[in-house]
Write a protein that binds this ligand. Structure first.
Ligand SMILES: Nc1ncnc2c1ncn2[C@@H]1O[C@H](COP(=O)(O)OP(=O)(O)OP(=O)(O)O)[C@@H](O)[C@H]1O
Ligand SMILES: [Mg+2]
Length: 260
């Protein structure tokens, strides 16, 4: 079941540097939200706060009815969270299929510990998960690569492998950090279809950080714009693209005035 994500007054500071300032918004169950803003706006930092990689200095993050801010990343899977990274971190010498299967540990009896220790295989369940992982790879046009070492594949394909790993977790909340960066035009089109398929199934809430505005316009219900760590506005992608504050944030005030 898709989750509701609520952020209230999230602040993040490193020493004297404010990275996030009073960020608040809600993502409704089944919604696809774009999180956009210029380089350095704080998008990845906000994902890191939600996924437990950073602990907010102040504020509250809630998934459904559970306050999750401050929990360790390993505890977040139990709340249905899966994410991908701006710079994918794969096990480069493991196969593509093994990398995807890392997403399965949350669904195995015995949980992550049994998987890590490779306790006696759980038989049928493990075989089912392998078949599902292969299906996901095939859905991304990557069935041919299942047995290859991950480092034999391009950066763009690493993004697709991470997406398969996250989807194998059957998340209720999925965070995607620049999923289209490094993808070819055809791969972006395929990714758009994948996200539309997720929306049709309506059992996952998705937040996408992306600079590719065509993609954001094509797949999101709404966007939140961040700038210098603060929320600038929220609305549809079209509203954001027409908003003078957003144009100014992207191209600078002088250029925005010239363009007006
Ligand atoms: N661990 C950290 N220590 C200190 N500063 C940090 C840390 N993590 C992020 N920052 C700072 O927070 C600011 C926001 O960075 P962040 O990576 O969240 O931006 P972003 O919106 O994801 O940008 P991009 O679009 O380039 O990926 C930057 O100024 C960055 O240097
Ligand atoms: Mg980033």
């Amino acid at each position: 079941m898709a989750a509701r994500l609520t952020l209230q007054d999230v602040n993040l500071r490193f020493g004297g540097v404010t990275v996030l300032h009073d960020v608040g918004f809600t993502v409704e169950p089944g919604e696809i939200l774009g999180l956009v803003g210029p380089n350095g706006a704080g998008k990845t930092s906000l994902f890191n706060c939600i996924s437990g990689h950073y602990r907010p200095t102040a504020g509250t993050i809630t998934i459904d009815d559970s306050v999750v801010s401050g929990l360790a990343p390993s505890r977040l899977a139990a709340h249905g969270l899966a994410r991908t990274f701006q710079h994918p971190a794969l096990q480069l010498h493991a196969t593509v299929l093994e990398n995807v299967l890392l997403g399965a540990h949350t669904r195995l009896p015995g949980g992550p510990a049994a998987w890590a220790l490779r306790l006696p295989p759980t038989g049928r369940r493990e075989r089912e998960l392998r078949a599902e992982a292969l299906e996901l790879l095939e859905s991304q046009g990557l069935g041919w690569a299942a047995g290859l070492a991950a480092d034999e594949l391009s950066h763009g394909l690493h993004k697709s492998i991470e997406l398969c790993r996250a989807l194998l977790m059957r998340p209720a909340l999925l965070l995607l950090d620049e999923p289209a960066a490094g993808l070819s035009h055809g791969e972006v089109e395929h990714f758009i279809e994948t996200v539309k398929g997720l929306r049709d199934e309506a059992d996952v809430t998705v937040v996408i950080v992306e600079h590719h505005m065509g993609l954001i316009s094509a797949v999101t219900d709404r966007v939140v714009v961040l700038d210098h760590g603060s929320k600038l506005m929220e609305g549809t992608a079209a509203e954001a693209q027409a908003d003078p504050r957003v144009i100014e944030a992207y191209i600078g005030k002088d250029a925005a005035d010239d363009a007006a």
